[in-house]
Write a protein of this length. Structure first.
Ligand SMILES: [Zn+2]
Length: 167
């Protein structure tokens, strides 16, 4: 829409198509892939480790709903030139095990069985990242512990990604 002269769309078609293929393999109800440039998620990729387990754990700790909304954590790929088949392949690889994949300094992909679910996932991650950006440079007096996160997951009947919580 609204493209002029030699402009090309930035719709990330390879990443969308390849992500659909991988999500459908693990979830027959999968329908939607959304990509956007969530501000605080992008901001967080400058100041937080890009290790996906560490990134996931920090997001889980930011608000109580997180581990319930994305117990499978978020995948993180290295920075890459967007729009390519290569970034599509790397994104899709992460989609085998995650509903959401982060592109450092660029944005995020969220998936789900409906637009509401995929957008809700991105919104939850963005809110957690916003809280992180608000508190990152302050002394924290308390936090949600690993045991509390584990209790939360159990109460809501979700299985947190292995290797993140120390309980
Ligand atoms: Zn983009």
């Amino acid at each position: 829409m609204g493209l002029k002269d030699e402009a090309v769309p930035t719709s990330e078609l390879p990443s969308h198509f390849m992500s659909h293929i991988e999500r459908l393999k693990v979830d027959p109800n999968h329908r939607v892939v959304i990509h956007n440039h969530a501000t605080h998620v992008i901001a967080m990729t400058f100041i937080h480790s890009l290790d996906e387990n560490q990134f996931t754990k920090t997001l889980w700790e930011m608000c109580t709903e997180c581990i319930v909304v994305f117990p499978d954590g978020i995948g993180v790929i290295p920075w890459m030139v967007p729009g390519s088949s290569e970034i599509g392949r790397e994104t899709a690889k992460k989609m085998k095990a995650h509903h959401a994949v982060l592109w450092p300094h660029h944005g995020i992909f969220g998936t789900g069985s409906s637009i509401d679910e995929a957008f809700g996932l991105i919104e939850t991650i963005e809110k957690a990242a916003q809280i992180y950006m608000l508190i990152a440079h302050h002394e924290n007096q308390q936090r949600i512990t690993d045991q509390e996160l584990a209790d939360l997951a159990k109460a809501f009947n979700v299985t947190p990604k292995e290797g993140i919580l120390n309980v």
